[in-house]
Design a protein around this ligand. Sequence first.
Ligand code: PLP
Length: 359
Amino acid sequence: MTQPIRLSSDTETRPSAAMREAIAAAVVGDEQKGKDPTVNELQERVAELLGTERALWFPGGTMCNFVALKVHTDPADALLADWMSHVVRAESGGLAFSSGLILETIPTERGIFDISQLRSALERLGTVPPPYGPRPRLLCVEQTHNIAGGTVWPEEQLRDVADFAHERGMAVHMDGARLLNASVAAGVSPAVFTRAVDSVWIDFTKGLGAPVGAVLAGSERFIDEARRYKHVFGGAMRQAGIVAAACLYALDHNVERLAEDHTHAQALAAGLTTMPGIAVRNPEPETNMVYFDASSTGATNSAFVEVLGARGVEVSEVYGGIRAVTHLDISAEDIHRTLAVVAKSAAEIAELTTPPEHD
Ligand SMILES: *Cc1c(COP(=O)(O)O)cnc(C)c1O
C-alpha cells in the first residue's frame, strides 16, 4: 500500500536511517546532572547558533514557553502576545496555570505587529494607573507565526517592537519553534533575529525532523533560573543524549534544506490557486505552510479534509482553515500527487453539490 502524504504538520517527519545511526552511536550520561556529553554539545551548538551566552535542553517546545514565562514574570503580571499565537491558543492555558499571568492580546492579520499596535495594547491594559492596572511584564513574539501561515517577522520591525517593549520595562521572549525556517527564508542568520530578544527557543521536532527535543537559549542568569524551573516541571531527563544526537544530526544536515520545503509550499499554493472552489489564504507562502479554504466547492472544510484523508492526502483543519505543511518527508512528486487529488476531489464535490439547471 502506498504511504499517505502527511501534510497535516511538519511534526509528521520520521527519523531517517542516517539519523537513527546517529542515535545508535550517541555517547550518553546523566542529563539531569549536566553530565550528558551529547546534550552538552547540543546546548553549546545552539547557544552559538542563536548568539546567546547559554542554552538548555528540553523535552519539548511547550515546556520551553512555560519555563520562559515563569522566569520572566511574577503571578498577576500581564503577558502581551498576538491573539493567535501558540502560547495563547495551543498550550492548554498554561500561561495561567504555571505563571498566573493575565493576558492582553494584540489582534493582527499576519501574526506580526508594529509599535503602534503594541502601544494600543498597553493603553488598553493600563487604562487605570498603577497600582490598579496590571503590570505589563513580558512580550511574546512568534517566529515564524504558525496560525497566520508561517509568516516571518522582518528583522528591523522585530527590533523596533522589542526596543519599544524594553523601554516600557518588559522582557521579550521569542517562540522560535520555526525560527530556522524564518532564517533560511529571509537569508538572515538566526543570531541576528535573536539580538533584540531576552530568550528564545527552537524546536527540533518540526522541520528539522528529529523525534524529540527543543532548546531554550538566553543569558547565563536566565538559563540558571530556567534550569531550576525545568526541574520543577519534571523536564530534567537522564540519558537524553540518545535523542539529542538526532538534534545534532539535524543541525548538520537539515537546516539549509528547509529552503526546499518553502519551494514545495510555494508550488502547492500556486497549484491550489488555479482550482475552482479552492481559496488560498496565503497564495505566496513565505515558509512551509499553506492555508486554504474549500467551502466554495459545496463541502465544509472538515468534510473536505476527510475526503482528502480517505484518498491518501493528510491535511488538518486549523482554526477554520485547511492547513498543509511541507517538510523533509514531502517530495516534489508528493506535491504533484496532492494537487491532483485536491483538483479531482474539488471537481467531484462541486458536481455533486451543484443543483441541476432547469430551463
Ligand atoms: C509546535 C509549536 C510549539 C510547541 O512545541 P512542542 O515541541 O510541540 O511542545 C510552540 N509554538 C509553536 C509556534 C509551535 O508551532
